[in-house]
Design a binder for this molecule. Structure first.
Ligand SMILES: Nc1ncnc2c1ncn2[C@@H]1O[C@H](COP(=O)(O)OP(=O)(O)OP(=O)(O)O)[C@@H](O)[C@H]1O
Length: 296
């Protein structure tokens, strides 16, 4: 089992602090990293992969700074970047063979492993088709397969579910759950439902900082009592929508059923309801001092 310890990590790009005061320890399990666009997720993942060396703080794997470990660290690591480069004229099989060679895997091992992975990501029957003919979801699955070639013990996936259809998402979740049993799996997304059922730990970033961490239950617990359901007339809806964070709305005859995130009861007949991770995510990222955040 590996331990990855981040202490006061800071990444500056000129004046922008893309990641700041980030401290956290990862060990085996699935970690879901949530945050809006620009929150600093990609930067954090690139730091953990050793692609960037932090402006400040340390990233230590089993007692050694990752940027000093070189090839030894790369052997442990599997990485799916947000956009991974590939040659459109390559078939999936050729691409995976090429990636296996880059990772220094032996030919015999690569052959067996590629077969296993093509089965795992359900691309075996189209492995000889050129990547230019693949859908976005299929390309993503090729990306997941390449990240797994070296049986990484630390697997970093940046928005792995982008472009996947609902059936592919379910398949992906099952794959990730199984992988998280005996390695560190860290995946970033801005889609809460992607990590809701599979992540053992949830991390929420906002403006470069880690603003919440814990199990799904711990994160939702903190928002308890701040999620409400109420039925309102259609003409009242806009007013409430402007004033509060509305996590869902559903037409119900002449009325509209609203799900509202608010520290105070938003209407007289609003009832508190059970908190989902989606509600909690909105609560933690978009509320400040009990009011709707000015930035949204
Ligand atoms: N190479 C870079 N040079 C300058 N600024 C950068 C660079 N990379 C990231 N940033 C800035 O750092 C901040 C965090 O970006 P980052 O891509 O890490 O966020 P993110 O949460 O991954 O968002 P997204 O989901 O949109 O990729 C943004 O303000 C971004 O513009």
């Amino acid at each position: 089992m590996h331990e990855l310890v981040l202490t006061d990590v800071l990444q500056k790009f000129k004046e922008t602090e893309a990641v700041r005061e980030f401290s956290y320890t990862f060990s085996n399990g699935v970690y879901g990293l949530l945050g809006e666009n620009g929150a600093g997720k990609t930067t954090l993942l690139r730091l953990i992969c050793g692609i960037l060396q932090p402006t400040g703080g340390t990233i230590i794997c089993d007692g050694m700074p990752v940027y000093e470990m070189g090839a030894e660290y790369r052997r442990l690591l599997g990485y799916l970047p947000q956009e991974f480069g590939y040659y459109e004229d390559f078939t999936a099989l050729r691409f995976l063979k090429y990636m296996a060679a880059l990772k220094g895997l032996s030919k015999e091992y690569a052959e067996t492993r590629i077969k296993e992975l093509l089965d795992l990501v359900d691309l075996e029957c189209v492995k000889n088709k050129k990547l230019r003919t693949y859908s976005g979801g299929m390309i993503r699955r090729v990306g997941i397969a390449q990240a797994l070639l070296n049986e990484p013990e630390i697997l970093i996936l940046d928005e792995p579910t982008a472009g996947l259809d609902p059936k592919e998402r379910v398949r992906f979740r099952n794959i990730i759950s199984a992988l998280g049993k005996d390695r560190i799996v860290l995946l970033s997304t801005h889609i809460v439902s992607d990590v809701e059922y599979i992540a053992d730990h949830i991390l929420i970033m906002k403006k470069g900082e880690l603003i919440q961490k814990g199990t799904e239950r711990q994160i939702t617990e903190k928002a308890r009592g701040h999620v409400w359901k109420c039925l309102v007339l259609e003409q009242e809806m806009q007013k409430l929508n402007d004033k509060y964070i509305v996590s869902n709305l559903r037409n119900s005859g002449a009325d509209v059923e609203l799900r509202i995130i608010s520290e105070k009861q938003p209407t007289e007949d609003a009832k508190p309801v059970d908190v989902t991770l989606e509600d909690a995510y909105l609560y933690h990222t978009q509320m400040s001092g009990g009011r709707k955040n000015e930035i949204i």
